[in-house]
Write a protein that binds this ligand. Structure first.
Ligand SMILES: NC(=O)c1ccc[n+]([C@@H]2O[C@H](COP(=O)([O-])OP(=O)(O)OC[C@H]3O[C@@H](n4cnc5c(N)ncnc54)[C@H](OP(=O)(O)O)[C@@H]3O)[C@@H](O)[C@H]2O)c1
Length: 289
C-alpha cells in the first residue's frame, strides 16, 4: 500500500481516536492536559452545577472542567464557593462561582444570571444539592421537615431547570443530570423522607426526559451508593450502611466522589447523545433489575 493511500485511511479516523491509538501509555495514565482544548469532550460548553463546593458536586465540577467545559460552581456559603473556585482556578480550569441556596427563588435566578453573564449561555445543568435533616421515623416527621426535604431535593431541580430552559433552547439543546441515590431503590430504615425524595427524582427524570426530548434536551439521573463525603460520614444525616451492604451485596468499601464524576461528564458529552430518561446507579452494586 502506497503512502498516500495510507494517509487517506488515517485521515478518515477521527482525530481524538487517532490520538488514543498512538498513545504510548494506557489511557488511564494520560493526563487530561495532554488533550488539546478542541479535543476535550465538553469543549466550548457551559455547565451549571449546584451543591458543587465539596463532595460529589465538587468532583463533578472538576471533572467537567477538565473535560473542557466552563463550569459555574455554587452552594449556600460564599466562603465555600470562593475556596472551591480558587482550588480549580489554581489547577488551570475555567470556572466561576456564585452563592445559590437552591431552595431560594432569588438565588436560583442569580445563578442563571451569573452563568449567562460570564459564559453567554448554558448547555448543562447538574443538580447535586440535596439535604437530609432527619434520621428517624417517617411518620413522626414534621410538616416542616417534609417541606425542607422536598423543596431542596425535588422541587428545586425542576424550578431551576424552568429558569435555565429558555437558555438551553437558545443553544439548540442541552443535558440535565439530577443526583438521586441508591436509597431510591433500596430504602434505608430511618431515612424515610429522604428515601422518598430520592425516589421522586427518578420519576422527575423520566417525566422531564419525555417532555424535553422534542427540544433536544436529555435528562438523566445519577444514583450514587454510599460515597465518602461529609454528608455520608455524618451519623446525623446517614447511618453507617457499609456493614449491611457488605453482608447483603458484598460491597467492600465506600465509593469516592470522583467515581461518580466520569458518568456525569459522559452523559453530557456527545457519547451520551442517545441516552435519556435513565437512572444509573454508581454504588459498587445495583439494587435495580
Ligand atoms: N454521599 C453519599 O453517600 C450520597 C449517596 C447518594 C446520594 N447523595 C446525594 O449527593 C448529593 C451531594 O452529596 P454529598 O455527599 O456530596 O454532600 P456534601 O459533601 O455534604 O456536599 C454538599 C454540597 O452541597 C452544598 N449544599 C448543601 N445544601 C445546599 C443547598 N440547599 N443549596 C445549595 N447547595 C447546598 C454544600 O455546600 P454549602 O454548605 O456551602 O451549601 C456542598 O457543596 C446530595 O444530593 C446527596 O443526597 C450522596
Amino acid at each position: 500500500m502506497g503512502l498516500s493511500s495510507m494517509a487517506t485511511i488515517f485521515r478518515s479516523i477521527p482525530r481524538a481516536f487517532r490520538g488514543y491509538l498512538c498513545a504510548p501509555v494506557p489511557l488511564s495514565a494520560r493526563k487530561f492536559s495532554q488533550l488539546t482544548d478542541e479535543n476535550r469532550t465538553l469543549a466550548g460548553k457551559v455547565a451549571v452545577v449546584t451543591g458543587s463546593t465539596r463532595g460529589i458536586g465538587f468532583a463533578i465540577a472538576r471533572r467537567m472542567a477538565r473535560d473542557g467545559a466552563h463550569v459555574v460552581i455554587s452552594s449556600r456559603k460564599q466562603e465555600n464557593v470562593k475556596e472551591a473556585v480558587d482550588i480549580l482556578k489554581e489547577e488551570g480550569l475555567s470556572v466561576t462561582g456564585t452563592v445559590c441556596h437552591v431552595g431560594k427563588a432569588e438565588d436560583r435566578q442569580h445563578l442563571v444570571t451569573t452563568a449567562l453573564k460570564h459564559s453567554g449561555g448554558i448547555d448543562f445543568l447538574v443538580c447535586v444539592a440535596g439535604v437530609n435533616p432527619l434520621v428517624g421515623s417517617t411518620l413522626a416527621a414534621s410538616e416542616q421537615i417534609w417541606d425542607k426535604i422536598l423543596d431542596v431535593n425535588v422541587k428545586s431541580p425542576a424550578l431551576l431547570l424552568s429558569q435555565v430552559l429558555p437558555h438551553m433552547e437558545n443553544r439548540g439543546g442541552g443535558c440535565v443530570v439530577l443526583v438521586s441515590s441508591a436509597v431510591a431503590y433500596l430504602p434505608v430504615p430511618r431515612l424515610g423522607v429522604y428515601n422518598t425524595s430520592k425516589t421522586a427524582l427518578l420519576g422527575l427524570c423520566k417525566s422531564l426526559a419525555v417532555e424535553l426530548a422534542p427540544k433536544g434536551i436529555r435528562v438523566n439521573c445519577l444514583a450514587p451508593g454510599i460515597i465518602k463525603t461529609d454528608f455520608s460520614l455524618r451519623e446525623e444525616t446517614m447511618p453507617n450502611m457499609l456493614p449491611e451492604l457488605k453482608k447483603v451485596f458484598g460491597v467492600q468499601r465506600l465509593g469516592e466522589p470522583e467515581e461518580c464524576a466520569g458518568l456525569v461528564s459522559f452523559l453530557c458529552s456527545s457519547d451520551g447523545s442517545y441516552i435519556t430518561g435513565e437512572n444509573i446507579v454508581v454504588g459498587g452494586f445495583s439494587p435495580k433489575l
